[in-house]
Ligand binder design. Structure first.
Ligand SMILES: [Zn+2]
Ligand SMILES: [Zn+2]
Length: 373
C-alpha cells in the first residue's frame, strides 16, 4: 500500500521543490490516477514564472486508474487498470456548457474569472486532498473529473500529446470550420501549430501552409512530415508572397495564429493572407492584452470573422485520441523529450527555449529520474 506521494511543487517564480503528500482516501465517489505522462504546454512556462506558490503543475495528464470507488467507475465508464486521458477541468456538471461537454466554458473551471476554480496543474496544493497536478506519482480524481479512455493501441507517451491534438481539432475544425478543400495558413510550428496541421489534413484541407523562423528548422521538417504542403521561413522568405503563390493568388480561407504572443506581426499577416471575402481568423489573445492601431477596417472590408481559440471540448478530445489511434501521421516525431520528476525545472525551461535543444513536445514521466532522454 502506497502511503506517500512524491510531487514536484512550484514555489516562487521559476522554482521547484519536492514534497511528499499523503495518499488521499477516495471515499465512495472518487479515484486515484497513477500518472504515466504529464505533457507541458506553453502556458506552463508562463505560469512557472509567476508568483503563484505551492502548486503541483502538470495539466495534460495521462495515467492508469489506480484505485476507484464503484460509484466513480460506474459514473465514468472506466475501471481500475484502464488508461485514461484526464482533462484539466473540474466542472460543475450542471450548467448548459457542461451538458454539452464544453467544460472549458463552465464557470466552475474558469481560472480567469473564478478564483475558486479547480484545475489540474493550476490549483494550490494547500487545498485538500492536495494532488491537483500531474508532476506527481498520483493525482486525485473527484466525482467531476473528466476522463477519456485511451484506445489500446495508443501508448501513454503518444497520448501525452492528446491535449494539443484536441486543440487542433477544436480550433481548426470546430471553431474555424476547416474541411474538405480548405486552404489554411497556420502561423507558428510549435506543438500547437503542428497539431493543427494534422487536424486540417485529416479533415481534407487542400493546402496547409505553416510559417516559422530560421530556428524552427527541425519543427518545419516535422510539419512537412505531418502533411504541410508549404513551409515558410519568415526570416528568409516573404511570407505573403509565398502564401499567395500557394493559393493561386487568392489568399487562404483560414488563418490560425499559434505564435503564442509573438506580437502584432502574425495577426497582421493573418489578415493580409485571408482571401478577398469571408475568410476566418483564429486568434489567441491571452498574450496580447492590447493591439494598438488594430486595422479593423481591413477585417470588415474583407468581411472576415474573428474566432477565439481557447481549450477544447469533450468531443475534440475523443477525436484527438482517435486521430492518434489511427497511426496515420508520424506523431512520434513531435515527441522530442521526456524528463523525470527530478527534472521538472529543466523540462519547463526546455519548453521555454532555455533548456534542451530542438524541443517540440516535452513531457514529464514522474516515475523516471536521472538524465533526460
Ligand atoms: Zn495547456
Ligand atoms: Zn458547468
Amino acid at each position: 500500500m502506497v502511503e506517500k506521494v512524491p510531487a514536484a511543487v512550484k514555489m516562487g517564480p521559476n522554482e521547484t521543490v519536492y514534497r511528499e503528500f499523503d495518499m488521499p482516501d477516495i471515499g465512495d465517489d472518487a479515484a486515484i490516477i497513477k500518472v504515466e505522462i504529464a505533457g507541458i504546454c506553453g502556458s506552463d512556462v508562463k505560469n512557472y514564472g509567476k508568483k503563484i506558490e505551492n502548486v503541483i503543475m502538470g495539466h495534460e495528464n495521462v495515467g492508469v486508474v489506480y484505485k476507484a470507488s464503484k460509484k466513480w467507475s460506474d459514473r465514468k465508464g472506466v475501471k481500475e487498470g484502464d488508461r485514461v486521458l484526464l482533462e484539466h477541468y473540474l466542472p460543475c456538471m450542471k450548467c448548459e456548457w457542461c451538458h454539452q461537454g464544453e467544460y472549458r466554458h463552465c464557470k466552475e473551471t474558469d481560472w480567469h474569472t473564478n478564483p475558486n476554480a479547480i484545475r489540474y496543474g493550476y490549483t494550490s496544493a494547500d487545498l485538500a486532498p492536495h494532488l491537483w497536478g500531474g508532476f506527481a506519482h498520483y493525482v486525485y480524481a473527484p466525482w467531476n473529473a473528466v476522463v477519456h479512455k485511451v484506445p489500446d493501441s495508443v501508448t501513454a507517451e503518444l497520448a501525452g500529446i492528446a491535449t494539443p491534438m484536441s486543440n487542433g481539432v477544436q480550433w481548426a475544425l470546430f471553431e474555424a470550420g476547416v474541411g474538405f478543400g480548405s486552404t489554411v495558413l497556420i502561423q507558428g510550428p510549435g506543438q500547437q501549430g503542428l497539431a493543427q496541421i494534422i487536424a486540417c489534413k485529416a479533415a481534407g484541407a487542400e493546402v496547409v501552409i505553416i510559417t516559422g523562423t530560421t530556428k524552427d528548422k527541425r519543427r518545419l521538417e516535422v510539419a512537412k512530415a505531418f502533411g504541410a504542403d508549404v513551409v515558410i521561413d519568415v526570416m528568409q522568405q516573404d511570407p505573403l508572397e509565398e502564401i499567395l503563390k500557394a493559393t493561386g493568388g487568392k489568399g487562404v480561407d483560414f488563418s490560425i495564429d499559434c505564435t503564442a504572443g509573438a506580437g502584432t506581426a502574425p495577426m497582421l499577416l493573418g489578415i493580409a493572407a485571408l482571401k478577398r471575402k469571408a475568410g476566418k481568423l483564429v486568434i489567441q489573445g491571452n498574450e496580447m492584452p492590447t493591439f494598438p492601431d488594430f486595422p479593423i477596417y481591413k477585417v470588415t472590408q474583407k468581411y472576415a470573422s474573428l474566432v477565439s481559440a481557447r481549450g477544447h471540448s469533450y468531443k475534440a478530445c475523443e477525436l484527438a485520441l482517435r486521430l492518434l489511434a489511427s497511426h496515420k501521421y508520424p506523431v512520434e516525431q513531435a515527441l522530442t523529450h521526456i524528463f523525470g520528476l527530478d527534472q521538472v525545472d529543466w523540462a519547463l525551461k526546455s519548453v521555454g527555449n532555455k533548456g534542451a535543444a530542438d524541443v517540440i513536445h516535452v513531457s514529464v514521466n514522474p516515475w523516471l529520474s536521472g538524465q533526460p532522454n
